[in-house]
Design a protein around this ligand. Structure first.
Ligand SMILES: [Zn+2]
Length: 257
């Protein structure tokens, strides 16, 4: 589990999470006293499919993969979430078991809020509901694109896409990934990943793959990835922001903006 350093985020400008940063001060303050900053350790499980959701996580950095677990033990990733969004955000609607397993694949930090406190603030704040609605819309797009990608695009292009998504989260070309984790993300056998790695190394798109680290050549890997990489990147990078009109509709004075 992630561990807490108990340092609270005190205002919207003090967080790098896009969802929290988009909130007007009064709405952020509904959450502020319940926020803990926690470390997201590599391979930590933030939510497990079927388990009750205890916390909502709003990452400041790092990358979390949403995984579907099949009855035969196979897994596949359906989306990644980083600083633009939240993990277990649907618990705002009401208590329910998690539909997916959320695993940290690039370590980082996050704001953690008890789900019942997040739900309470969600019910009281139109701005929080608006920000979450924007995030849900972006996630639905990511899920739909992912479904199309899995059905239509070759696994080598999908692997390149996932590596580039994770590269976007880390900001550098050495990714803390094993072939085993890649096989779980892609829903393919480990031997398939080994073969794909071999091909990508031969083309120069992968520079090295050893000791749990994969070094990529970003431009060469981009040439291998399917178009979904670019489309999903735009979705993930789209900031959640309330326009001036929306601020006014939410009942704020212009001075508060
Ligand atoms: Zn694709």
């Amino acid at each position: 589990m992630p561990h807490s350093n108990s340092s609270a985020v005190t205002r919207p400008g003090g967080t790098s999470n896009g969802l929290l940063a988009a909130l007007p001060r009064a709405d952020f303050d509904l959450l502020a006293s319940d926020i803990q900053t926690v470390a997201l350790d590599q391979n930590a499980v933030l939510a497990r499919a079927g388990d009750e959701v205890d916390y909502v996580f709003l990452p400041h950095n790092g990358a979390i993969s949403l995984m579907i677990d099949m009855a035969n033990g196979q897994t596949v990733a359906t989306a990644t979430i980083g600083r633009e969004g939240a993990i277990s955000f649907l618990s705002a609607i009401g208590p329910a078991p998690s539909a997916m397993t959320a695993i940290v694949h690039v370590a980082g930090t996050a704001s953690r809020i008890p789900s019942f406190r997040f739900r309470d603030a969600f019910n009281r704040s139109r701005a929080i509901r608006h920000a979450l609605q924007a995030h849900v819309s972006a996630m639905l797009t990511q899920f739909q694109l992912g479904t199309a990608c899995n059905a239509l695009h070759p696994v080598e292009a999908r692997m390149a896409r996932w590596l580039l998504h994770l590269r976007d989260r880390t900001g550098h070309d050495v990714l803390p990934l094993t072939q085993e984790v890649l096989s779980q993300i892609l829903g393919v056998r480990r031997t398939t990943v080994t073969l794909l790695m071999c091909n990508l190394r031969a083309s120069g798109a992968i520079r090295s793959d050893r000791r749990g680290e994969i070094e990529i050549d970003r431009s060469r890997l981009t040439a291998v990835a399917c178009e979904c990489q670019h489309t999903m990147r735009l979705e993930a990078c789209r900031p959640i922001s309330l326009s001036r009109d929306e601020h006014i509709a939410l009942g704020e004075s212009a001075d508060a903006m």
